[in-house]
Design a protein around this ligand. Structure first.
Ligand code: ATP
Length: 530
């Protein structure tokens, strides 16, 4: 990840590994003659005598969009970018909604930063178009795209006060226009710069720090200055490349809330890159999960969490990750299905089939650790598959002879009841509450490890159906290593995937639920229609 802050960016690609200080003047004539302040070993920008560099050309203020006109959506249309013959970014079609807080998430090296750099103009794609606010910006210089970018460590000028750091880009802008004789479109004057800096200072609550230098600021304060420097340009699109990664856990949590608030106040489009799935789920209004340069799934975070398009998304989002079990599929009377594996039974009130091919698919059954309702089984020794209830209407009540409930899971998932809502994912049987009519999963396992996480205990269990984890709220008695647990999961919290392709096998209720606008699904969907 590059170490630096907000852009006026160089028109040429800057290697990701080279920290680029800010603001970097636009190399408008394309000769590469952009000089930037030296970067100290720490990643902070060192002062140089000539950090206001002579440059030419049209500059960012031309494209800085007025605050009231910042509804810029972003479209990747058949965009491909490779390095050394290896595709780093390969997206058929992906639309990031205007005014969204979009989060790009995925494992290291999956192409998140490349996507951001393609929007910023720091990279040029080999194929396809990047469209910002309806304008094809693929071949526009960075400074003419109406975007600002904040990098990982906010690299501030150590010799300048907070106030001057924030206003630096605008001052540079103003001088540059004088030098290049572009008086027909004057840069911001002193009064305007002062006013815009004051606005940014107020927005980021930096009033008391205006006269301090970066060395006198905490990490969180430096982050706010970095953001102020980006937003002072009033960008239609604000690109954030892991800006929180340098902060400690407490500051990071605070900074997340600040970013969400900032987005609300600016009402612009924000795109944040992170590899932190908690950040991805909690901050964004739109989520793009990437894998190996491609979009695995895009949509509102709650939808992506509750209806993951494939096993990659299912296991990448959520901590601990979703449990997956290979199961046998058996059709039952009345259009129902029994899923079975050693020590595991699940009844579904719908038929699982292989679509037009008609073949029974090989299936992976998934459930989230927070969705399981765990019960200890005191007479656990010697428990076996025969202890599982038979599939059928009378077999779903598991509270028998002295079993101890370890808490009510089944519905503690992220986004519960929000956005996607019960209606879109519910697929219960007749009683609609997910635990009736013999439906849902019952699974036996022996507790191997217990992790205390504060709010809960996570029991790692071994079973004939594979290893799995279940989360038990801390108000319940914690599971004990070596004992047996029986876990029940309501049918509406079960996930099915094709064992060969890994793709989701949607429940009937999902198939009839209209997807929210722009909520592209998995690899089959528009998001990767190429
Ligand atoms: N300038 C470059 N030259 C060569 N390869 C590059 C360059 N920039 C990125 N890559 C490669 O492209 C792929 C995608 O990189 P990218 O930085 O977009 O990933 P990322 O998802 O942001 O990763 P991380 O979370 O680790 O920052 C990686 O395999 C990376 O090694």
């Amino acid at each position: 990840m590059s170490a630096m802050t907000h852009q006026t960016m160089p028109a040429r690609a800057v290697p990701a590994s080279v920290p680029v200080p800010v603001p970097v003047p636009v190399d408008g004539d394309g000769d590469g003659a952009v000089r930037a302040p030296a970067v100290a070993a720490t990643g902070a920008v060192a002062a140089t005598a000539d950090d206001t560099v002579a440059v030419d050309n049209a500059v960012a203020a031309d494209s800085a969009v007025a605050a009231g006109d910042t509804a810029a959506g972003i479209l990747f249309d058949g965009v491909a970018k490779s390095y050394g013959g290896r595709l780093a970014f390969d997206v058929g079609r992906l639309e990031l909604p205007p005014r969204s807080f979009t989060v790009l998430v995925g494992p290291s090296g999956c192409g998140k930063s490349t996507g951001l750099r393609l929007v910023a103009g720091l990279e040029t794609p080999e194929a396809g178009r990047v469209v910002v606010d309806g304008v094809d910006v693929t071949h526009l210089p960075p400074g003419e795209r109406g975007v600002s970018m904040v990098f990982q460590d906010f690299a501030l000028y150590p010799h300048l006060t907070v106030e001057r750091n924030i206003g630096f880009g605008l001052t540079l802008e103003s001088r540059r226009r004088r030098w290049t004789g572009r008086r027909h479109h004057a840069g911001p004057g002193r009064a305007e710069i002062a006013q815009r800096v004051t606005e940014a200072v107020d927005l980021l609550r930096l009033g008391e720090l205006r006269s301090r230098r970066p060395g006198q600021l905490s990490g969180g304060e430096r982050q706010r200055v970095g953001l102020a420097r980006a937003i002072v340009r009033r960008p239609a699109v604000l690109l954030l490349d892991e800006p929180l990664s340098a902060l400690d856990a407490q500051l990071r949590q605070h900074a997340r809330a600040e970013l969400v608030r900032l987005h609300r106040e600016l009402a612009n489009t924000v795109v944040l890159v992170t590899h932190d799935q908690l950040e991805a789920l909690s901050m964004g209004t739109y989520l793009v999960v990437m894998n190996a340069g491609r979009v695995a799934q895009a949509g509102p975070p709650a939808l992506v969490y509750h209806q993951p398009a494939d096993t990659f998304v299912a296991t990448f989002l959520g901590s601990p990750p979703m449990n997956l079990h290979p199961v046998d599929v058996e059709a039952r009377a009345g259009g129902a299905t029994l899923l079975a594996a050693p020590g595991l039974r699940a009844g579904l009130p719908w038929r699982v089939d292989g679509g037009e091919a008609g073949a029974t698919p090989r299936v992976l059954l998934g459930w989230r650790p927070g969705d399981g309702i765990a019960e200890t089984v005191p007479s656990g020794d010697g428990l076996a598959e025969s202890d599982l209830p038979e599939f059928g209407p009378a077999d779903h009540h598991l509270t028998q002879h002295g079993q101890t409930s370890l808490g009510a899971g089944g519905g503690a998932g992220v986004g519960e009841g929000a956005g996607v809502g019960e209606g879109t994912v519910a697929r219960d049987g007749a009683d609609g509450d997910g635990d009736g009519d013999g439906d849902g999963l019952t699974l036996l396992g022996r507790v191997d490890i217990v992790e205390f996480t504060g709010d809960a205990a996570v029991a790692h269990c071994v079973s004939l159906a594979g290893d799995w984890t279940v989360t038990v709220p801390s108000r319940s008695a914690p599971p004990v290593v070596g004992t047996w647990l029986r876990v029940r999961v309501p049918v509406r919290r079960l996930h099915l995937f094709d064992a060969d392709s890994g793709r989701r096998l949607p429940a009937p209720a999902e198939a009839t639920t209209p997807a929210p606008a722009g909520a592209a699904g998995g690899p089959d969907s528009e998001a990767n229609s190429d």
